[in-house]
Ligand binder design. Structure first.
Ligand SMILES: Nc1ncnc2c1ncn2[C@@H]1O[C@H](COP(=O)(O)OP(=O)(O)OP(=O)(O)O)[C@@H](O)[C@H]1O
Length: 634
């Protein structure tokens, strides 16, 4: 596949309204050819990452003009996901997996489900070998706090993720960042080897490569302030160009130290108003630019002609095979037809499919249930073995259960005024417990956001799949222990009514708290913001739950808030369960208990139903935030 770009310009709005838009890329033209390795070079801030983002279709704002063409055509999101591997600057690996597991996990979600498991394992083993990851294949990736594989191995693992589907174009940001010259060279060598062997069109941005590493690149694209300064072959041709165009510069002898020379002169020139635009202007006027423009025009038209030829050939094969469309969701018909939309590789021209059954229509190659299964298999099963995952979910509840049981031991069946008051306090405490303790899961939610953003952009799963995975994981971890805490509190405090209702209220509150916490995590830009917003919101709920101020004593203008306070339904349901029937005895001022708390005539089951509605509302809002709210502006 050939990647070509023509007259590419990218501008972002100025920081203040009155400010002019800022041009980050100016009139760039060039191409990446199969099997060639291109270095993206230039001073820090010259626009290397911006250009990679534009090629990979990852820009979320700003104005992009000009053309980015893959084999002569503007790319579709499906083409970018399938044929373009993008290794971003920042590592986005799952710390609890090993490199082998990380690659296999990605393979399970990026390859069609129809590809046999043995074939996926074979692809991963081959990649591990090609990337030289054999020695650390079974070492945990780790994180800053728990060291695992080295920085170079992590970089190679990230490159492996981009190579899983054997992309035709590979884009790598900061190929050697954070690595010493030896490991940087090693990573570059591995990529070079793959590029040549697999015929991948590859570009990598790089800072201060050693001469040996730089010599691995076939071409150089040198940028300065978003403009091309040089685009052409590496080595002597680059030196010759600079020597001929700028005889006043003292070029390094031969190609040794060429990368440093190029970056040094352009960086120095960028600081001097007299020489700032000199390099870009010279390139724009040069024969080299004219040749590059012509090469791009030829490449684009020849690729377009080739595609048209292929399309007309495919149409005639399709007509001859007379395959019927498999139509909407006729999943069972697909293995027989192996239609192009579902099978990808085993395409038979002429077949078509709605794609829902495979997930293709939603931008993934696997259906939702497969995505969920893979997330459980690779992430949840490992997470539940870790103390730092389990403790925030269980430890705090054990402590609160211990306190409630030891403080209110055996008081739950008392109908004295003091007994009723202490039981109401116990039920209030118990109904609000999950709203506060669920906050323990916030940090890990926000910290894994970069992984979510990358995996979603790579088409591994949809926001709904991720949401269902997160909710079900939390609920699954909390359900069994919830029976234990509820039973301890219910029977040891000697609470009355139905244990089933008591436990169900706790369980539904836990589900509501999970979806609320996920919502806070999804909309908050950082752990700090989420950590401030969520407790503040939960605290407001306490005032209107019906215990601190009974419903009847609430000012009229605050009743609306009590109506949308889910704790009110949790507390109300527990109170009705505890005090209905004979236990609804006269309480303060001679009023029956339930009437005093504004619960006269209320139904425990109906309140439970109201409370469960909050779960769906918060979950729907979380889905919308995951799908449409972009924290990353790039
Ligand atoms: N959203 C934005 N608004 C304004 N300026 C931006 C925005 N995004 C990037 N820039 C600026 O655009 C320039 C190019 O940024 P980019 O990240 O592409 O540089 P780079 O060459 O990759 O840098 P480095 O080598 O240090 O990673 C920088 O000066 C950066 O500050």
């Amino acid at each position: 596949m050939v990647l070509a770009w023509r007259a590419l310009t990218y501008t972002v709005p100025g920081r203040k309204r009155q400010q002019e838009p800022v041009r980050l890329l100016s009139d760039l033209t060039g191409f990446l050819l199969p099997g060639q390795f291109t270095a993206l070079l230039g001073p820090s801030g010259c626009g290397k990452t911006t250009l990679l983002d534009c090629w990979a279709g990852r820009k979320t704002f700003g104005q992009l003009t000009g053309e980015v063409l893959y084999d002569g055509e503007p790319p579709t999101p499906a083409l970018l996901r399938r044929h373009v591997g993008y290794v971003e600057q920042r590592d986005t690996l799952l710390p609890m997996l090993t490199p082998y597991e990380m690659l296999l996990y990605t393979a399970e979600l990026k390859h069609p489900r129809s590809l046999p498991a043995a074939e996926k394992q074979r692809c991963v083993t081959q990649l591990i070998e090609q990337l030289g990851l054999g020695r650390c294949a079974d070492t945990t990736i780790g994180s800053v706090l728990h060291r695992g594989i080295s920085g170079g191995e992590a970089k190679r693992c990230n490159i492996g993720i981009a190579l899983i589907t054997r992309p035709r174009v590979l884009l790598v940001d900061e190929l050697t960042s954070g690595l010493d010259s030896y490991y940087g060279g090693e990573v570059a060598l591995v990529v070079k080897d793959l590029v040549r062997r697999e015929g991948i069109a590859t570009a990598a941005s790089i800072h201060s490569p050693s001469p040996t590493t730089f010599a691995l690149f076939d071409n150089v694209l040198l940028l300065q302030r978003g403009a091309t300064v040089y685009f052409g072959p590496n080595g002597t041709p680059a030196l010759d160009y600079f020597a001929a165009t700028f005889p006043q510069l003292r070029a390094p002898e031969a190609a040794k130290g060429l990368a440093d020379f190029l970056v040094d002169v352009t960086t120095r020139a960028a600081g001097d108003p007299q020489t700032e635009g000199m390099f870009a202007a010279a390139y724009a006027e040069s024969q080299l630019r004219a040749d590059n423009d012509m090469a791009v025009a030829e490449l684009v038209s020849s690729r377009q002609a080739k595609r048209q030829l292929a399309a007309s050939g495919a149409a005639s094969v399709g007509a001859a095979s007379s395959l019927a469309s498999c139509g909407p969701c006729l999943c069972l018909a697909m293995p027989l037809q192996r239609c192009s939309a579902c099978g990808g590789r085993d395409a038979v021209a002429g077949g078509s499919c709605c794609g829902w059954c495979t997930g293709q229509a939603a931008g993934t190659v696997t259906p939702m249930w497969w995505g969920l299964l893979t997330l459980y298999r690779f992430r949840s099963l490992r997470a539940i073995k870790r103390a730092d995952f389990i403790m925030p979910r269980i430890g705090d509840k054990i402590l609160i259960t211990f306190l409630v049981v030891t403080i209110y031991w055996g008081l739950g069946d008392s109908l004295e005024v003091a007994g009723v008051a202490s039981t109401a306090a116990t039920l209030f405490l118990w109904s609000m417990l999950t709203a506060f303790t669920s906050m323990g899961i916030l940090p890990c939610l926000i910290l894994e956001r970069p992984v979510y953003v990358r995996e979603r952009a790579d088409g591994l799963y949809r926001p709904i799949t991720y949401l269902c995975y997160k909710i079900s994981e939390e609920v699954a971890v909390g359900t069994l222990p919830s029976v234990a805490y509820s039973a301890l509190v219910f029977y040891l405090v000697r609470l009355q009514g139905s244990f089933l209702v008591f436990w169900l209220v706790y369980w539904v509150s836990m589900c509501v708290a999970v979806s609320l916490t996920l919502l806070a995590g999804a909309i908050s830009p950082s752990v700090d913001v989420a950590g401030a917003v969520l407790p503040a919101y939960a605290t407001t709920l306490l005032f209107f739950a019906g215990f601190m101020i009974p419903w009847g004593q609430l000012p009229d203008y605050w009743r609306w808030y009590a109506t949308i306070d889910h704790l009110r339904y949790a507390f109300g349901s527990m109170m009705v369960n505890q005090f209905s029937g004979d236990r609804d005895v006269p309480y303060q001022g001679g009023q029956p208990v339930l009437e005093f708390y504004g619960l006269g005539g209320a139904s425990a089951w109906l309140f439970l139903l109201y409370e469960s509605l909050f779960f769906w509302v918060f979950a729907a809002l979380t889905w919308a935030a995951l799908a449409f709210w972009r924290h990353q502006r790039r």
